[in-house]
Unconditional design. Structure first.
Length: 218
């Protein structure tokens, strides 16, 4: 099972959501993200949020269309996205994808990036991805990991969330062997695979992996 969660970020940063709409995916709208989904012809199974960013007319449509609504007071300790992620992790999916989590306010973006750590800290195997038209972002704990080529996202960066020990990169344009990466390091920004896959491994810490491309303006 895959859970797709759509936030209320600027729609110009969205990929084509229809590419992710399949029989194994459940859709969740978060606050304004519910309206975005409905406007794109996708009816979410669940809606989360305080819905302070939707109009009265939009809220009426949400009530009429979405069967599973969890509405919260605006005064709360978690963001709407955090509440949706907590519910999604309880379902033990293989993967959670976040759309509409980039662009716009930087506090929301950095809050969403921190949510990528939840399954790692809870020792769950679920992986959370933040996806937009230029990037896929996810976090990995220590271990050995394989990464496959994505022609449309050729740049690969590794950013330490904690100090990382013994990072090795194999099959990359810029390889590494047992390198310690401190917080604040930019050593592993903008690498590329040499073939159709590579591996990265480290013995301690958490890495943020960003797969990206340059924006083509037509």
């Amino acid at each position: 099972m895959i859970i797709n969660i759509v936030g209320g970020g600027p729609v110009q940063f969205f990929p084509d959501l229809k590419l992710y709409d399949d029989d194994v995916s459940i859709w969740i709208g978060v606050d304004k993200g519910v309206t975005i989904l409905l406007n794109k012809g996708i009816t979410p199974s669940y809606a989360f949020g305080d819905f302070d960013s939707v109009s009265g007319e939009e809220w009426q449509k949400i009530e009429q269309t979405v069967s599973g609504i969890q509405r919260f007071k605006p005064e709360k300790d978690e963001t709407d996205m955090d509440l949706a992620i907590n519910w999604a992790l309880e379902q033990r999916p293989e993967r959670i994808r976040i759309f509409g989590g980039t662009g716009g306010r930087l506090d929301h973006f950095f809050g969403n990036v921190q949510l990528l750590l939840k399954p790692i800290l809870q020792k769950q195997t679920t992986e959370i991805n933040i996806i937009d038209q230029q990037n896929i972002i996810y976090a990995k704990p220590h271990g050995v990991h394989t990464i496959e080529e994505l022609a449309e996202l050729k740049y690969i960066s590794f950013i330490p969330i904690t100090p990382v020990k013994n990072l090795s990169l194999r099959g990359f344009k810029y390889p590494l062997t047992d390198c310690h990466i401190p917080l604040g390091s930019t050593l592993c920004i903008s690498n590329e695979l040499l073939k159709d896959y590579g591996t990265f491994s480290f013995s301690e810490g958490i890495l943020l992996v960003i797969r990206s491309c340059d924006l083509i303006i037509t």
